[in-house]
Ligand binder design. Structure first.
Ligand code: 13P
Ligand code: SF4
Length: 321
């Protein structure tokens, strides 16, 4: 078990975080994959698209990001003058790590005439090499906003890219990266869950493998999956994504049943090890000490901002945000 640096109870930590947020004019943004107690004290909880939009609108003096590094980086890029804190700098992302700058620059050079659309789950360096950023909440529509014959490199998630290719009939060149949390979800386990629960619908995140997505009744971002389960008339869902989303699903549809697709037989969970590095205690310490802070080179921020702002502008034009 992780050693606590303070002796405060969760209730005391929540009280202290609330006071510090007020006193320091800080906003706490949290992703759906955070633990329930963090989601419940956040000023905003959402998917990557919603979080980027909230970060863009922020006029707080401090943004505390309960999520992973690329999300906090995006917030910093959109608010270069604001102090952006990430409670644990080790909260990375296997997908972002799968796409190092130099290798991607070489890859890009092999495809002249292609534009680069990158999933927001990438480093600021990759964003500087991209023409447009997308999230799982707008990827299909953003790709479709280009003419059919537009040549496109899609990075870094080959599962999301393959999914977009399959439903748009495009042939985007894909970087070979995956999310270690979604890519391991087994088709066999899902088929068995469907057999055991014939009345359940399968909702899946597009970071899952193609074989899983083909079995799904609904594919979408965390926000889209949440909305689907709220508006759909089924009573039971098999959920192929990270465990954290179940908190909002239960909260919004208390009478429905949600079964997470587990990574193995030993637990009914599928946790992102990076997302789950954040704790109430780390959030408290981060707000109190105003560290660890996200610091980026100005030139990198200026360049990376262009495709992110473009994403937000097109999403607004398309009525997606
Ligand atoms: P969304 O927030 O777009 O649903 O993506 C999930 C994810 O993997 C974030 O890291
Ligand atoms: Fe990265 Fe996957 Fe974790 Fe999201 S769930 S932060 S894509 S490793």
């Amino acid at each position: 078990m992780e050693q606590k640096a303070t002796t405060f109870t969760d209730m005391e930590l929540i009280e202290k975080i609330t006071q510090l947020k007020k006193r320091k004019k800080a906003v706490l943004l949290a992703h759906f994959y955070q633990v329930p107690e963090i989601q419940d004290i956040a000023d905003y909880v959402g998917d990557s698209l919603g979080l980027a939009q909230k970060a863009a609108q922020s006029n707080s003096e401090i943004i505390l990001f309960a999520g992973v590094h690329f999300m906090a980086e995006t917030a910093k890029i959109l608010n270069p003058e604001t102090k952006v804190l990430l409670p644990d700098l080790e909260a990375g992302c296997s997908l972002a790590d799968s796409c190092p700058r130099d290798r991607f620059a070489d890859f890009k050079a092999k495809y002249p005439g292609h534009i680069v659309i990158s999933y927001i789950n990438c480093t600021a360096d990759i964003k500087t090499l991209s023409d447009l950023i997308c999230t799982s909440g707008n990827a299909v529509q953003l790709v479709e906003s280009f003419p059919k014959d537009q040549k496109i490199i899609f990075a870094p998630d080959k599962n999301l890219g393959g999914y977009i290719n399959s439903i748009t009939g495009r042939d985007m060149v894909l970087w070979d990266g995956t999310c270690e949390v979604h890519d391991i979800l087994s088709t066999e386990a899902i088929v068995q869950m469907k057999i055991d629960n014939p009345d359940a619908k399968l909702v899946a995140h597009p970071e899952c493998k193609a074989a899983v997505l083909e079995l799904a009744d609904f594919v979408g971002s965390t926000t889209a999956m949440l909305k689907f389960t709220m508006n759909d008339d089924s009573q039971k869902y098999i959920v192929a994504t990270e465990t954290g989303i179940l908190h909002q699903m239960h909260k919004n549809s208390p009478d429905k049943e949600f079964l997470i697709v587990p990574t193995d037989e030993t637990c009914s969970c599928n946790d992102c090890p990076y997302m789950k590095l954040n704790t109430l205690e780390k959030i408290y310490l981060s707000l109190q000490n105003e560290e660890p802070e996200i610091l980026l080179d100005k030139e990198v921020m200026d360049k990376a901002k262009v495709p992110i702002v473009r994403m937000l502008d097109i999403s607004k034009e398309l009525g997606l945000i």
